[in-house]
Design a protein around this ligand. Structure first.
Ligand SMILES: NC(=O)c1ccc[n+]([C@@H]2O[C@H](COP(=O)([O-])OP(=O)(O)OC[C@H]3O[C@@H](n4cnc5c(N)ncnc54)[C@H](O)[C@@H]3O)[C@@H](O)[C@H]2O)c1
Ligand SMILES: CC(C)(O)[C@@H](O)C(=O)O
Ligand SMILES: [Mg+2]
Ligand SMILES: [Mg+2]
Length: 348
């Protein structure tokens, strides 16, 4: 593993150079990798592994939209696409990529097919960390591993196709074969990770649940909405408010942050902007830190997991989510956003 200095802290990471794809293929050459579930991660990881030369099959409910999507993506019924039980039977590595809530309902079926020597693979520490709530307790004679791409399965696939890669964390919960380490790294390389950093199941789930509720998804929408509202309440037009809140960030400034860090983005703005940003980031930090602390505690206590399980286990959870997503989509801010996006020169 390469030792690198992350802001003064030494960490070990696994790069593609030290664990090349050929080695990953060699490690898993006798395996049948069964991707169970074809939502967001299923297609990303499954297609990347297939294109990387691994022996991959998909297990999905027949007569479902996602079965049809799998067929459209090139998986062949009876050859590489099976119903869930058949895929569980054939797979030696079971990639459990159903939604976290659905993993609970299907667990007794999965467990039945986890014969000694098989590998149970997750992309989230959720199921086993919150085992008191999920009932997911793997048998002792299987390897239990995790590769969690740090981003959407959609980006995982897109970046792979572009010859790039998302970073992933990896963890070992149970090493029954003594080979779990090389097998988890081989899976991580196989799904198209740019590099891999080690964690454990607990740290993965607590950081991941915090991140997506926080700056990655929840907090960002909250801050956008607050600023947009203040601008509108003070007489600014929707296009001005949207451009000054979202469009400039995603189109101009975040790419600069991604490329070379925050100070470099600041340095590419006016001295007036820099003065203001340097003065104001601290009050924003102070105002939001208590919310992040509350969030982290709610994750740590298992409350966030329980909410997710309860809400996403209801038979009509999809319809209810769709109503809430539609509320966002139909808000003035995001409707203004749709118009702004349509005006991007590359779209016209
Ligand atoms: N979405 C992401 O990009 C992402 C990123 C990193 C990690 N993860 C993790 O990867 C795993 C899979 O997440 P996802 O977002 O791809 O899942 P998802 O919510 O898209 O659902 C995956 C599949 O579960 C199926 N499903 C739902 N309920 C079912 C049921 N009762 N019986 C059988 N199948 C059912 C759906 O049809 C779908 O094919 C989760 O552990 C998640 O936390 C997801
Ligand atoms: C893509 C995310 C937010 O990183 C993932 O954690 C998820 O749950 O979908
Ligand atoms: Mg997540
Ligand atoms: Mg995540």
């Amino acid at each position: 593993m390469a030792k690198l200095n992350f802001g003064g802290v030494e960490e070990e990471v696994v790069t593609r150079e030290e664990f090349p794809l050929e080695k990953a293929r060699e490690v898993l050459k006798d395996d049948v990798i069964a991707v169970i579930g074809y939502g967001v991660q299923g297609p990303g990881q499954g297609l990347n592994m297939k294109d990387n030369g691994f022996n991959v099959i998909v297990g999905q409910r027949k007569n479902s939209k996602t079965w049809d999507k799998a067929v459209a993506d090139g998986w062949v019924p009876g050859e590489t696409l099976f119903d869930i039980e058949e895929a569980l039977e054939k797979g030696t590595v079971i990639c459990y990529l159903l939604s976290d809530a659905a993993q609970i309902a299907l667990w007794p079926t999965v467990k039945k097919h986890l014969t000694p020597g098989k590998t149970l693979y997750f992309s989230h520490g959720f199921g086993v960390t919150y085992k008191d709530q999920t009932g997911i307790i793997p048998p002792a004679d299987v390897d239990v591993i995790l590769v969690a791409p740090k981003g959407s399965g959609t980006s995982l696939r897109r970046l792979f196709v572009e010859g790039k890669g998302l970073n992933s964390s990896f963890a070992i919960y149970q090493d029954a074969t003594g080979k779990a380490r090389e097998r988890v790294i081989a899976m991580g390389i196989g799904v198209g990770s740019g590099y891999l950093f080690q964690t454990d199941f607990y740290k993965e789930v607590t950081s991941d649940l915090t991140g997506e509720r926080g700056t990655l998804m929840g907090a960002i929408q909250g801050i956008f909405a607050a600023q947009y509202e203040v601008l509108r309440e003070n007489g600014h037009s929707p296009s001005e408010a949207f451009n000054e809140t979202v469009e400039e960030l995603t189109q101009s400034l975040m790419p600069l942050v991604a490329e070379n860090g925050m100070d470099w983005m600041y340095a590419n703005c006016s001295t007036t902007a820099q003065r203001g940003a340097l003065d104001w980031w601290k009050p924003f930090k102070e105002a939001t830190k208590p919310v992040f602390e509350k969030l982290y505690n709610s994750v740590k206590s298992g409350e966030q997991a329980q909410i997710s399980i309860t809400r996403n286990s209801q038979p009509d959870y999809r319809e209810k989510l769709e109503v809430e997503l539609a509320e966002l989509r139909e808000s003035e801010m995001w409707k203004a956003g749709a118009t702004v996006r349509s005006l991007r020169p590359e779209r016209s």
